[in-house]
Design a protein around this ligand. Structure first.
Ligand code: 4AD
Ligand code: MG
Length: 444
């Protein structure tokens, strides 16, 4: 008799095995009980048939509550009707060992509100849809790392405790660092820029913090960001890289997580279309498109949502409307300098525009990547730091990078949870994180 994990059940048809896990669901009546057992790798239907078991054992099984922990021994049988992951297999129960009979598990098969479920996040993670999302997240993360490692990038870690802002001062989490002010990192980018001058192409991938003071479907206060940075890359080189990167992530996930995407009822036909190249439009063209959309809309509320003038940043409705015009993710490049971070290279001959590019996901999921070519001239950078009223002393080392062998360079950041939300097709970002942090939640 061997102890197996449920994902390996296909290899054990006709054999006696032991599986250990938690009772997901129990049905049946009279002489037969169906126990759906999950063990983290899958779910298998186990059948207790009264004539095959001692009365006392059968009665004990009947008393088991949802999420009881147990070990079941029995013979594996292929049966196309049996539900499970992978479905089509059943274990005829011969022996049961109970670790604990769980009573009154708070999450039942009935519908619960999201706030209640989030309060029970430590238990909710056991539910099959949450299980599917976390497995997809892991694959997205792995494919990000695989792509970069296979394309000449070196993974260099950047600090989480930082002395200065990089993405605006309004979303900083401040901490007391031995009586000095310090902040949780909003980005590793500035350090990546130092690292490329030592290693060529680098990336950091870790937790990132933003004190986002609004409730939205796409903001967390703690999220994971991967940030590749490349020496000698201009904006076009970077867009080539980004589309290959995103294509790889989506296609790998489609291949490796079919079952999970199906469980989430994700329409994968839209994901199949995510193949290089992606459309590229300028901010100027995006504004023209938004104006045309507004003018062709009858609904006054819709018209008001789409209202925008040149120079303003896009809100969520603008991104949704723009991306809705394309089947694939779309690049929008050349945003107004005034709405972007201080470090972006000015557009040649048009200082009011910067060499930035965002990637907007289709189907209304909005920005998943933000990036830019960086300023390479020390004087232009100093002027920008002054304009943004940032404390010059904190950026001395960053300016140094423009003094000792400066080169054109570019980089971008992809938010892991934003990408997972899009790939899973979820209405809200919170379920993409095992323990999400938002303006009104840091429990459990
Ligand atoms: O556009 P952002 O702010 O760009 C940067 O931080 C650059 N320093 C990156 C770089 O060039 N190295 O953020 C990049 C991405 C966004 O496109 C989004 O996917 C994600 O990070 N992101 C968030 N995800 C969840 N919650 C938030 N509050 C996020 N803020 C940004
Ligand atoms: Mg951005």
């Amino acid at each position: 008799m061997t102890t197996i994990t449920i994902d390996k059940i296909t290899e054990h048809v006709g054999q006696e095995v032991t599986v250990r896990g938690w009772l997901y669901l129990k049905t049946g009546k009279g002489k037969i009980q169906f126990l759906r057992l999950r063990d983290g790798t899958g779910i298998v239907q186990c059948v207790a048939f009264r004539p095959d078991l001692e009365d006392e054992v059968f009665e004990e099984i009947k008393r088991l509550g949802q999420e009881s922990s147990l070990s079941i021994t029995g013979t594996v049988k292929a049966d196309a009707r049996a539900p499970g992951i992978p479905g089509g297999y059943e274990i005829g129960i011969q022996k049961v060992e109970i670790y604990q009979n769980a009573i009154d598990y708070p999450i039942g098969p009935k519908e619960h509100g999201v706030e209640f479920l989030m309060d029970q996040r430590h238990l909710w993670l056991r539910s099959s849809l949450q299980w599917a999302i976390m497995r997809i997240r892991t694959t997205v993360k792995r494919s990000i790392i695989d792509f970069l490692d296979d394309n000449g990038f070196l993974n260099i870690d950047t600090p989480i405790i930082t002395p200065s802002a990089a993405e605006g001062t309004s979303s900083l989490f401040e901490l007391n660092y031995f009586d000095e002010s310090a902040y949780l990192a909003q980005t590793g980018q500035l350090y990546n820029e130092a690292n490329i001058m030592a290693f060529g192409k680098v990336y950091c991938f870790g937790p990132t913090f933003r004190a986002e003071k609004s409730k939205t479907r796409r903001h967390l206060t703690e999220f994971w960001m991967v940030e590749p940075e490349m020496a000698f890359f201009d904006l076009d080189d970077m867009m080539d890289l980004e589309e290959a990167f995103v294509t790889f992530i989506v296609q790998t996930t489609l291949r490796e997580r079919r079952v999970e995407l199906e469980m989430l009822e994700r329409d994968t036909s839209t994901l199949e279309k995510v193949q290089s190249p992606f459309p590229r439009i300028s901010y100027d063209e995006a504004i023209d498109r938004l104006h045309a959309l507004r003018d062709s809309t009858e609904d006054p509320e819709e018209r008001e949502l789409l209202e925008i003038s040149w120079g303003e940043d896009f809100g969520s409705p603008h991104e949704t409307a723009l991306a809705g015009q394309f089947e694939k993710p779309v690049f929008v490049y050349g945003y107004p300098t005034a709405v972007k971070a201080f470090y972006m290279e000015p557009w040649p001959g048009r200082p009011e525009v910067c060499k930035s590019v965002d990637l907007l996901a289709p189907e209304g999921y909005g920005e998943i990547i933000g990036g830019s070519e960086r300023m390479s001239d020390p004087d232009v950078l100093i002027e920008a730091i002054e304009r943004h009223e940032l404390p010059m002393g904190n950026y001395k080392w960053y300016i140094d990078l423009r003094r000792f062998g400066t080169v054109p360079h570019s980089g971008f950041g992809l938010g892991l949870e934003r990408a997972v939300r899009w790939i899973c097709g979820l209405p809200h970002i919170r379920e993409t994180s095992p323990y999400p942090r938002t303006i009104n939640r840091m429990w459990p």
